[in-house]
Design a protein. Sequence first.
Length: 281
Amino acid sequence: MTEDAKRTTEVEEEVINEVSAEEPSLEVEEKELFDQMMEAGVFYGRSKSKTNPLTKEFIVTTRSGFEVIDLQKAIEYLKRASEVLKNVFAGKGTVLFVGTSPAAKNVIKEIAERLESPYVTERWLGGTLTNFKTITDRINYFKKLKEDKAKGKLEKYTKKEQLDMAKELNKLEKFFGGIEFLDKLPSMIFIADLSENEYAAREAKQKSIPIMGFLNTDTNPNLVDHPIPGNDRNATSIGLLMKYLVEAAEEGKKQAFLTKVEPKEADSKKETKPESKESKD
């Protein structure tokens, strides 16, 4: 075992002992989630020198120079956030997923595409929410250029012009591909790496859009309406938390679908109702 691995194991044991000594017992389902969080490193906060004092309520202790996130509270806030997210999808709302850090971007893209939701995994473009009309114009230009290419309309240009347009299309795809079908402001914005995307959170605040996101110990909790304490610097940690959230979101989508279908089913049953004997007479 390497020194780093040995240190990690020792710290994990200390954290387990710390939490077990100070917190009430967990339910079976929560204990299982707690163990998964331990394994994924969700408890790892930032170094003590970078700690935002406002996150103190989410910190259980300090070990080896870094803050340890209280996993009991992480579970509590994760469950709350999941319910909120489920309700947004059940109400047919749109959630814009944001994650631009190396640890977050791949997970966020995969989850957003699975939920058929818009996402940003490259640099946040200023004005995405506060100057939405301009962004929409750029998206429409991107869609038109992509459509023209698919229909062969760009072939009339010189090779150099086609090459320039191909480069431009790639650049537009990079920044607008995830929000191509975002035709109105989202109902909620989810930010996986708040410390990397404070500007996105501030734009959402300006537009009164609810914000949900992972809150590490160096982040200002006032930036987010629905915080989820946890390690946002590790892909495994983010993946575990997102797995829990996406299940809630899919349950919400299912509810929205059933709400849409049920009236039709009722009408169908009504139409096939047999005629009464009196009506035949």
